[in-house]
Design a protein around this ligand. Sequence first.
Ligand code: AMP
Ligand code: MG
Length: 603
Amino acid sequence: MISVEEALEKVLSYVEVLEPERKPILDCLGQVLAEDVYSTIDIPPLDNSAMDGYALRARDIRGAGESSPRYLVVVGEVAAGAMPKEDVRPGTAIRIMTGAPLPVGADAVVRFEDTDEVNRKSSGGNLSQIGILCQAKKGLNVRGRGEDIAKGDLILKKGRVLRPQEIGVLASLGRSTALVIRRPVVAILATGDELIGVDQPLAPGKIHDSNNYTIAAEVSRYGGIPKILGIGRDSVRSLTEKIDKGLDADMLITSGGVSKGDYDIVKDVLAEHGEVGFWTVCMKPGKPLAFGVIRKTEGGKEKKVPHLGLPGNPVSSMVTFEQFARPAILKMMGKKILAKPAIRAIIEDDVVDTDGRRLFARVSVTKRGSQYYASVTGPQGSGILTSMARANGLAVIPENSKGVKAGDLVEVQMLDWGEEQGEVGTLSIVSIVGKSQSGKTMLMEQLIAEFKRRGYKVAALKHSRGGMEIDHPGKDSWRYAQAGSDAVLISSPDKLAFIKSLEHDLGIEEILPMIGPEFDLVLVEGFKKSKIPKIEVHRKKLGDDLLCSPDELSAIVTDGSLDNDIPQLPWSDPVTVADFIEKNFVLKSQGSAFVSPRRKKVR
Ligand code: AMP
Ligand code: MG
């Protein structure tokens, strides 16, 4: 049995980034730019007005106000798209519309609202003159030439994924086409004698083929071009014939026929046409997976088409598609970020995982406050496609974990989030609570040292109800604070301190985003009212009662024994406490020991 990571590495080693093609910009959405794009023009091309108003010379209206208007002679008007016919000379103004080029001589624009134009019009006044009711600085309401883009600048770099805004930038540069990495054509073949098309009535023993549809839709979602080959029967002839039709594609994805059933002959057919490997991947659903290449001759040359054989069960085929086909397609498209964005969520159901494989549980993720929660979407059989339809995430239950309990922290791949979003994973966090004098700080010290020893990057957070004094009188930072600065930052070659005045006592949710994503574990002392996972330190000498209600606690560290069913950990053994935290709150590293999955890059 090979791990999910090993399988992915192999799949990726078989696919290459495709060649670039030049095409109309509107067809490039989601594709990767294969050229550096420089601007040959300034945008905006001329100084122009950001408002409807009057273009004038700032110095002509010095001292102007509501009660002391400055009167200027209106010498013309200019609309967007036209060029001014007159210049602005001392004592004159030109009526100007948003986007119209600024007339020669003018250096500011005053809005209609700051003139007497409306009054003048309603009182039938003379419009060859205008009263300006405010002063202006040079440049007011003027958009400078080249302010957005300057001629000669590198605007979009090779490798950039084109979103609507980049496509707009290309358009504003006057580019109708772009050079982008080509989209892969993915041939798709469902196999099985039991399958019939969606437009055919069901007959006894038959089911509608759904895999062709989910897989084709997935291929499109990730930017590929699906080419459905139809349904292959469980016969050598039928399969050979269909597969032949898919050989002009960049990749072939089949579903079904790779398990151990008697009629599962896909593998035999594939073996005849190329190399094929059959893997038992340490995952559920989706254990059997075939991968290899199919050989073909093209113009006398032998070429190889990568082939991925997914299991037939609809959920298995989707889950394996997500883990293996999706990254392969993204790689072919030239994308660099292949990992699905993952978050950490509190699972709301027990999930058992008895056979030691990594389990991808279909979950529905919701956010309450700053915390994500994941609930399992009903029966999880690998044939129950509606469990997928109800899900927006796949909770990853690590191999050999025996499963998770409701309340545990799990990693969830967010199915509908784009890869470019990156990993937003909330931090691994646990708080140590307890009565005063229970030894919380000592446990914190021991845990910090233990986690450092285990190779983690740790942040420690303490709430001090009595205030704090960390900035010493006389220091520059102290003087800034005395002068009223709302925040003071001090940086040195090896440390950064951030001291901020607060209007209210911050909740943990408000503090966490400031900690930054680089820590594997945040250990908190206090914050007993927050919703983060809590471990209470209990000491016999302080009585049998607890500070927090038991149902809020993940564990109790005690030097006695308490009558409840919350896990109890020995006060004398911080290593055991660290083990518990590591198992329950730190996401399991999925490859080499102590490499946070967040920081591990998929090649
Ligand atoms: P197989 O991997 O071919 O043994 O198929 C496993 C299960 O998945 C069987 O119950 C099949 O009926 C089902 N299955 C296979 N292919 C499809 C498909 N294209 N659409 C829906 N169900 C399928
Ligand atoms: Mg089959």
